[in-house]
Write a protein of this length. Structure first.
Length: 73
């Protein structure tokens, strides 16, 4: 799998491209674009391109994660 090409400057947040975030979350780029269009994904426009802050993506995934419960018992 390719390493994300996200750029990071010292003291700043990591910024992902669509390709980076798709690789990071193991989604297709088309799925990322659909989620952005639906407004369900933290993103911003930079010119004509979409960009994503890694810290916001991580927070978004934490909020969407449900605890695992053991129903056997």
């Amino acid at each position: 799998m390719e390493e994300p090409t996200a750029q990071k400057r010292e003291g700043e947040n990591t910024i992902f491209t669509v390709r980076d975030v798709a690789s990071y979350l193991r989604l297709s780029e088309a799925k990322v674009y659909r989620m952005v269009k639906e407004g369900s994904f933290p993103s911003f426009r930079l010119g004509k391109s979409w960009r994503f802050r890694k810290d916001m993506i991580d927070e978004w995934t934490k909020k969407g994660t449900r605890p695992v419960t053991d129903d056997a018992g």
